[in-house]
Design a protein. Structure first.
Length: 191
């Protein structure tokens, strides 16, 4: 149940990350548009926070994705959680759904886990706009009988928290594994 502890770290520190990231002078318009750059900064931030907490965890950036591992020994680093990061901006097309949620449905990410995380970097519009937009895209996929695996209403985002950070949840049926619960954490990185 390490994923609950890791999600608590996201809940506790994501706002601090937004503040620190947004106040960094080297944050240029070119860097902010690079998903991998934002993700690498997030990983650096969280590895520092983990050191403060004493948890034996390590965050590792692999492109826009993050793998959280348990650090016990150098030889055995168990993967505890898979995280996918996506920018939400005007030209985002449907990447949050097609290369975010869909990767978990198709077991390309998180195949050995029952929970996973998507982090949304909201750079234009607001959280409500993107939630509605993403759920409309999912509705389109539900109606498309050629989709494999199929999409269902439970793939849609449901708000679970509007406190310090906005959090949604969805449940996706997968090809061969049991359903996966996706926890969506969105942060406001609008310039």
């Amino acid at each position: 149940h390490h994923h609950f502890r890791i999600m608590e770290l996201f809940r506790k520190y994501l706002n601090t990350f937004v503040f620190e990231f947004s106040s960094t002078p080297i944050r240029t318009s070119q860097n902010i548009s690079l998903e991998n750059y934002i993700t690498s900064e997030l990983v650096f931030f969280y590895n520092n926070k983990v050191e403060e907490t004493g948890y034996l965890l390590a965050f590792q950036a692999t492109g826009p994705d993050i793998v959280v591992r348990q650090m016990g020994s150098k030889l055995h680093c168990i993967e505890l959680l898979c995280v996918e990061a996506k920018r939400l901006y005007s030209d985002a097309k449907r990447e949050y759904v097609t290369s975010g949620i869909a990767r978990f449905k198709k077991e390309e990410h998180g195949a050995k886990h029952s929970h996973a995380v998507l982090i949304g970097y909201v750079q234009q519009n607001d959280f409500i706009y993107w939630k509605n937009r993403i759920n409309l895209w999912i509705t389109d996929l539900i109606l498309d009988a050629s989709q494999d695996p199929r999409w269902y209403d439970q793939d849609k985002l449901v708000t679970t928290s509007c406190a310090e950070i906005v959090e949604f949840a969805s449940t996706s049926l997968r090809r061969t594994k049991d359903p996966i619960v996706l926890h969506h954490f969105w942060i406001n990185l609008a310039t």
